[in-house]
Write a protein that binds this ligand. Structure first.
Ligand code: ADP
Ligand code: MG
Length: 305
């Protein structure tokens, strides 16, 4: 909901093909409150480390990692995004230097650089840190195979002590679109898994494989790992299918699924090309509002855990 949309009396398709809608007064008021930077989200009792995983590409892993992180950071929490995808999309979205040779998660995995030394502050918020991924990480999937402790190298780098040097309340590890060793490292290093699920026909395909991997990691490498959060993304309210997928996911996973659903919104996809999160690119957009809402839900759950 941009400023013009708030005044528009009825739902109508925008030129971009999206449905804009008129929020009722309450919704507008709630939104204004949520956007207000003075509104502080509650701190979690303990630092929460999430891995954002789904071996499908293009489901909103990176978009969710950076925008949830920005939502939490904007409301007073300290957040670290770890870019574990050689494509470096999270680094790009947060305008973090990630040319080859920049200290990155690759050197951290090799044990050559500390987490603190690889972390950069994002200009999106002084509370928002990012350890970038460079193209050097592309070889890691293969190099790791030969390495000692190949599944546990990220965990070895993310000790309490190493994290304390940055001090985040939340850590989001953005995974590549595969179930290879990088994703395994992320699942071993995290306490929680967040799975973004795109509200479309093939969304549930491959999910059982992902769940099986989570179980394998729980059984053999990280018994603490909790599939705590599912986020429905790219919801298109004009299609029946989106509702069917969301109903099916909710009936399967119950409370694990966040109430907030992220709509398909063109502002969300435009933001990264400006090195911005959607929260700063267009704070009044539906995409920004929904990511803020989702981050608030995550923070509230974190405080209650
Ligand atoms: P992944 O990290 O899972 O591969 P991305 O987060 O990169 O997926 O998203 C894939 C593409 O979809 C990107 O171009 C992104 O900008 C776009 N996108 C993600 N979420 C939305 C959304 N809610 N509305 C519109 N476009 C989106
Ligand atoms: Mg990605």
């Amino acid at each position: 909901m941009g400023a013009e949309e708030v005044q528009s009396p009825v739902s109508h398709p925008t030129p971009a093909g999206e449905v804009s809608w008129t929020p009722i007064a309450e919704e507008a008021e709630r939104a204004a409150k949520l956007l207000h930077p003075e509104t502080k989200f509650p701190k979690p009792a303990h630092r929460r480390v999430f891995t954002i995983a789904n071996q499908k590409g293009g489901v909103g892993k990176t978009t969710s990692a950076v925008n949830l992180a920005a939502g939490l950071a904007m409301h007073g929490l300290k957040v670290l995004v770890i870019d574990l995808d050689p494509q470096g999309n999270a680094s790009t979205a947060l305008a973090i230097e990630h040319r080859s040779g920049t200290p990155s998660i690759y050197e951290v995995l090799l044990g050559e650089v500390s987490l603190r030394d690889a972390a950069q502050v994002s200009d999106q918020s002084p509370n928002l840190y990012c350890v970038p991924a460079t193209i050097d990480l592309a070889g890691a999937e293969i190099e790791l195979v030969e390495m000692h402790g190949r599944e546990t190298r990220l965990r070895a780098a993310l000790t309490d002590q190493a994290l304390d040097e940055i001090g985040p309340d939340y850590v989001f590890i953005d995974c590549p679109p595969s179930l290879g060793l990088l994703t395994v490292n992320a699942m071993v290093a995290a306490q929680e898994v967040l799975i973004p699920i795109q509200c479309e026909y093939y969304a549930l395909e491959g999910l059982s494989q992902l769940l099986k991997n989570v179980e394998l990691v729980q059984k053999h490498l990280n018994p603490e790992l909790d599939l705590s959060t599912i986020l429905l993304t790219m919801y298109d309210g004009r299609t029946k299918l989106a509702d069917q997928v969301s109903a099916e996911v909710r009936s399967h996973f119950g409370d694990v699924v966040l109430q907030t659903v992220i709509p398909r919104n063109v502002k969300v996809s435009e933001a990264p090309s400006f090195g911005q999160t959607v929260l700063s690119y267009d704070p009044g957009s539906r995409g920004a509002m929904s990511y803020l809402d989702a981050s608030r839900e995550i923070a509230e759950r974190g405080a209650a855990r």
